[in-house]
Design a protein around this ligand. Structure first.
Ligand code: NAP
Length: 458
């Protein structure tokens, strides 16, 4: 299969890139395997220096890289440039903190285990494969690569087929920054070729960010070969607004939570569950704000919502909305693809969804918000948890008891109180239920791809 950049704002094919042959893939795995040996003799300080050099490259090239991201997947240019700087920040974060995150830890009283000294140590696993999505072409990869390389692992990237130029930029980034050749390599392959790479004995683990079907396939192949896997899959995050909430502020943040990245974010608020006491006010303000968004050319700084990344993605989203409409849901604004070139979809608010609408269970990967009226707090929680996903969540209330109750009872990998979910390198990131398993970011994300070795000394 060919990998290509097709500009989602115009529908024009910008470039077609040939995939790697099986021999080229093999050579790259061999290079990564050799790099693991080379990395063994490097220190945290050395790797940190190279990480900081990689961060400087990103910051220096932020404008050009931002434009590339926008041309490849369509997000508004300011968000693309911000993604580049955010990635640079994560590289520096792991440069600064890895030695501490992975430091040996002494057992306080070794005599209890009959030792003179006992401790634990984190060691790299070796070559780790990362299968990544197109929605944050740089950030998703960097948040894997920075902790993995700082731990002494080598990385192989199988990026989404529609962002090959971003993938090729990443192919050379770490080597340019000083890392040994092969420490990080891109494999230009399709999803069907991933299994062979996971099965290779030189590859020790795999992480995938993407859809449920892809996750199921990758995890089952990893399971067959008894290899560690981390899965970051989809989400249909609840954004709960209770009676005491500041509705004006909640609406402002709800709009951002829904349309950030043209609505194509796993942690976007997708289901807006509003207490009946404030529902009407919220629905009116939210609908007005969604209808007023500026949709258009993502390279124009005034644009707030660009196109969907692919024609298929837009068709899938339109199908979900059409299904809801056909089952009796009310479209408060939007609800249609926009005419003309590119894969634009109108920012949409849908209310009165019947239980059998696909949107109740499935993820809307685009600027489509579902509104739910909750009779009381119990009802709000019931609706929030009635999904197979469990990535993140948000709850808006000024009542400390309600805050605590929702923090305790929301089935999700994270709860943001009076805010929207954002990924920060300082905070663990990941889900439960069908949103996946394992964690990225912070110390815990770095340790996922390490061997925690216990040492006991007589
Ligand atoms: P996708 O189709 O699963 O693609 C993601 C990656 O998996 C791509 O590199 C893709 O390659 C590859 N892939 C697809 N099928 C595969 C298979 N059977 N075996 C191995 N690799 C396979 O995902 P998407 O629909 O483009 O991306 C959006 C999804 O990712 C959404 O569900 C979103 O919520 C989720 N996501 C989750 C997070 C998170 O952190 N939890 C973050 C961002 C996105 P090709 O491009 O070559 O098909």
């Amino acid at each position: 299969m060919a990998l290509s950049t097709v500009n989602p704002a115009t529908g024009k094919t910008e470039i077609i890139i040939d995939p790697h042959s099986p021999e080229e893939v093999d050579a790259r795995i061999a290079e990564a395997h050799d790099a693991v040996q080379a990395l063994r003799s490097t220190t945290f300080d050395q790797r940190a220096e190279w990480m900081r050099a990689a961060a400087a490259i990103l910051d220096d090239q932020a404008e050009g890289l931002g434009e590339l991201i926008t041309v490849e997947m369509g997000k508004p240019i300011a968000q693309s440039v911000a993604e580049v700087h955010k990635s640079a920040k994560a590289l520096r974060f792991y440069a600064d903190n890895s030695a501490g995150f992975l430091a040996d830890a002494l057992v306080d009283d070794p005599s209890t285990v009959g030792a003179s000294r006992a401790w634990t140590r984190y060691e790299p696993l070796g070559v780790v494969l990362a299968v990544m999505p197109w929605n944050y072409p740089l950030w998703q990869v960097i948040r894997f690569a920075a902790p993995a390389l700082m731990a002494g692992n080598a990385g192989l990237l199988k990026h989404a087929s529609n962002v090959p130029q971003s993938a090729l930029f990443l192919d050379t980034l770490f080597e340019r920054a000083g890392f040994p050749a092969g420490s990080f390599r891109t494999l230009l392959i399709g999803g069907a070729d991933v299994g062979r790479v996971i099965a290779d004995s030189r590859v020790k683990a795999v992480t995938l960010t993407g859809s449920e079907p892809a996750g199921r396939s990758v995890a089952s192949i990893a399971g067959d070969h008894i290899k560690k896997a981390v899965l970051e899959l989809g989400g249909s995050d609840p954004f709960v607004v209770l009676a005491s909430a500041d509705v004006v502020r909640a609406v402002e943040v709800a709009v951002r939570a829904r349309i950030n990245n043209n609505g194509q974010s796993c942690i976007a608020g997708k289901r807006f569950i509003v207490h009946t006491d404030v529902y009407d006010e919220f629905a009116e303000r939210f609908t007005m704000a969604m209808a007023a968004l500026v949709v258009g050319d993502p390279l124009d700084p005034a644009t707030e919502v660009g196109p969907l990344a692919t024609a298929d993605g837009r068709a899938d989203l339109a199908e979900l909305v059409d299904d809801a409409r056909a089952r009796g849901a009310r479209i408060l604004t939007g609800g249609k693809s926009l005419d003309g070139a590119g894969w634009f979809y109108a920012p949409t608010v849908i209310a009165d969804l019947p239980d059998d609408a696909r949107l109740v269970q499935e993820e809307a990967f685009g600027p489509v918000a579902s509104l739910y009226r909750a009779a009381d707090n119990d009802d709000a929680l019931r609706i929030a948890n009635q999904t197979t996903f469990g990535l993140s969540s948000a709850v808006w209330t000024t009542d400390p008891d309600e805050q605590e109750w929702f923090v305790e009872n929301l089935d999700a990998g994270a709860v943001f109180v009076n805010g929207m979910t954002v990924s920060y390198q300082e905070l663990p990131f990941g889900g439960i239920k069908r949103s996946g398993f394992g964690r990225e970011l912070a110390a815990v994300g770095q340790r996922e791809f390490c061997n925690l070795k216990t040492v006991w000394k007589a």
